[in-house]
Structure formats: C-alpha cells, structure tokens
Design a protein around this ligand. Structure first.
Ligand code: SF4
Ligand code: SF4
Length: 359
C-alpha cells in the first residue's frame, strides 16, 4: 500500500448508492458490458456500471479529446468567427492505471506550447474515478511501470471481497465522496486484501518486454534498418485501428465544413493516424512515408523514442490495445522484443541479422 495515500472503505451497497447520487448530479460515463466486452458508455442507472477487470476496447481519451469536435463556427457574410469550447461537469468511472498514465501524457501534450483550451476545459470539469484491473494476454504495463498509479485520479477503486477500498487522489474526490456517502476508515484486513490483489496482478502478466524501459529509446535508435519493419509492413492493412484505440495517440486533422448554401460553417478536428496512407501526404502527391513499413516504424518510434526526447517519457503505457485490435496480429510487445533481442546480440547493430552478416 502507498503510505502517502489516504484510503476509505465502502460496502458494495454504499458504493451503489454513491454511483446513484453521482448520476443525479452529473453526466456519468463508466465501464459497461457491450456485446459481451468491456467498454465505456453512459451510466444512467448504478446497475449499468460493471467495473471492468480487463481493458476496454477504446480508452478514456475520447471523453477529453473526442473523435470529432467543432473548434469554431464562421459566418461568410460578416466574415466573423467565434470559438466553440464545449465542456460540462462529468464523471468518468473505471479508468485503469494505464489509462490514467495515458491521460497524464495527454495533459502534457495539450498543455505544452500553445495550450488546447478544448481539451483542458473538459479535463477541468471531469471527476475521474479510476479502478484496478487484471492483465489479459496483451497487457504489458508492468514492463513500463504503469501497472499501478498514485496520481492522476480523484478517487481510485480496488474491489475486495467485502466492498471497495477507495484511494483518495484529490480534495475534489474526497469532498464528493463525503458529500454522498459515509465512507469508513479501512480496516487492516481491507488493506491486506488489496495488497494481495496487487500481488496476484503482478504475477499474472503474460506479456513482458525483455529490456528495462530506460533502454528502449536507445534500442529503437539502433533499429531503423531492422528487417522487422518490412516484415510487418507487408501484412499491415494501413487501417489506423491501432492509432484509434491508443490512449496516447493524439494526432488530429482540421477541416472546414461549409454549409450547402455557403453562408457559414464550422472548423472541426477529427482524429488522424500515422498508419494511414494520407497522413504524410503533402502537395504534389508527395508522401514522405508512402510504405506501410515506414509508417509502422514511425508509429513505434513515436511510442518508444521520438517523444521521449521532447517529454522525457515513453509514450506507450503498455495497455496492449493496438496488439489486441490489430486484425493481422501485429503485436507491439513481440516487435519490441525482436528489436531488443537483435540489438543485444549484435556488437554493432547495422540492421542485418548476425547470421546473415556472417554468411
Ligand atoms: S498495425 Fe494492424 S491495426 Fe495498425 S494499421 Fe496495421 S493492420 Fe491496422
Ligand atoms: S502503443 Fe499500443 S500498447 Fe502502447 S499505449 Fe498505445 S495502444 Fe497501448
């Protein structure tokens, strides 16, 4: 247990009552079962909420950075325009530690340089209630140190036998918990149960990176000519699904949508993805990442190398969503482990496997 965090205890019934009170006062989103799988969705009844153990298909980023949003509206006749900043008081329940780590990275992106008022307005007005999880075959957050988290939430839930252990992450979280419930101080048995759940989680990871995270930027820097890029580029569909599901992919396109009578319109932004063919296309039909191999190498390098120069942090949180979603089973853990293996077995890695060079 983290000695710097304060904990409370809620019974299952007390927790359901808390959720009902939140529904009365806020727009609430949380984890639900959709077609048998965990997903985020609107919660209008406390029974809708199913605290998901394994990751949702899409991450929680859509509540702060929607797939499509209007940024401003314009009027052609007057030549005027006005910004659109939409936000409301909302609660997001059930984000796992990796999702919270991803949001922390998005916060840095959208508040560095010219700040993004739309994103930050939503962040400001959202109460985040995280929840603990168990890894599936694709989760490798433990290799990146994001399997637990001690900040980036208002409240954090760990389900134990007799109820829920609630970690207090902010004054806002504590105030709302006390307003709507009568949380109890946790007993030793609750803390022990929670610690046991965490130990079980740590033992359950099947996917792991075979090098410490600090070595990954260097390993990627040596791997530009590695044959794995051509290998996975040959089977990739260039569909962009891996970008869409990723909690740390934040690239977007901006378009003007004009009304049919040309009197005005909206400037909108929509998610974009570096694995899509159009992403790097510029005037004159030039495309500086025409091949799928180049685009995948770019994406992986963004996660493990390029952005660490700018933000001093890796931009992958190990949620495994890109691997889980990919129709042709391109797996980020396996690809990275292949690079690690070859970077370690080469004296001076030049992109040609040792066996081939010796031959
Ligand atoms: S890696 Fe997989 S999910 Fe990503 S673009 Fe290629 S086929 Fe689509
Ligand atoms: S790159 Fe893949 S594993 Fe890493 S955060 Fe994005 S979706 Fe998750």
């Amino acid at each position: 247990m983290d000695k710097d965090i304060e904990y409370r205890f809620l019974t299952h019934a007390g927790f359901r009552k808390f959720i009902s009170c939140l529904i009365d006062g806020f727009v609430v989103y949380g984890t639900i079962k959709k077609d048998g799988f965990p997903a985020f969705g609107p919660i209008t009844d406390s029974k809708d909420l199913v605290l998901a153990r394994t990751p949702t298909h899409l991450s929680a980023k859509e509540f702060f950075f929607p797939q499509r949003e209007a940024l401003l509206e314009f009027d052609m006749a007057s030549g005027s325009h006005s910004p659109i900043v939409e936000s409301r008081d909302q609660v997001v329940i059930g984000a796992h530690p990796c999702d919270l780590a991803g949001l922390g990275l998005m916060d840095r992106v959208f508040s560095t340089g010219s700040t993004d008022v739309n994103y930050l307005a939503r962040r400001e007005r959202t109460l985040i209630i995280g929840a603990d999880c168990m890894p599936d075959d694709y989760c490798f957050c433990e290799s990146l140190g994001t399997e637990t988290i001690d900040k980036g939430f208002d409240l954090f839930l760990t389900e134990i036998k007799s109820g829920l252990l609630v970690s207090i992450g902010s004054e806002k979280g504590e105030a709302i918990l006390s307003k709507y419930t009568k949380p109890l101080p946790p007993k030793d048995v609750h803390l022990r149960e929670s610690a046991k759940a965490l130990e079980k989680k740590k033992r359950s990871f099947k996917a792991r990176l075979s090098a410490p995270k600090e070595e990954l930027p260097g390993i990627y820097a040596k791997s530009d000519a590695h044959p794995v890029w051509e290998k996975i580029g040959a089977i990739c569909y260039g569909c962009g699904s891996c970008n869409n599901v990723c909690p740390t992919c934040y690239c977007f396109d901006v378009k003007d949508e004009v009304t049919p009578d040309l009197s005005g319109g909206e400037r909108v932004r929509v998610w974009d993805g570096c694995t899509l063919e159009e992403f790097a296309k510029v005037a004159g039909d030039h495309n500086f990442r025409r091949s799928r191999a180049d685009r995948l190498r770019h994406r992986f390098n963004r996660k493990f190398r390029y952005l660490s120069d700018k933000f001093n942090s890796l931009f992958c949180v190990g949620c495994g969503r890109c691997s889980r979603t990919c129709l042709v089973k391109i797996n980020i853990t396996e690809v990275t482990n292949e690079l690690i293996r070859d970077a370690r077995t080469e004296d001076e890695y030049l992109g040609v496997p040792a066996a081939a060079r010796k031959g």
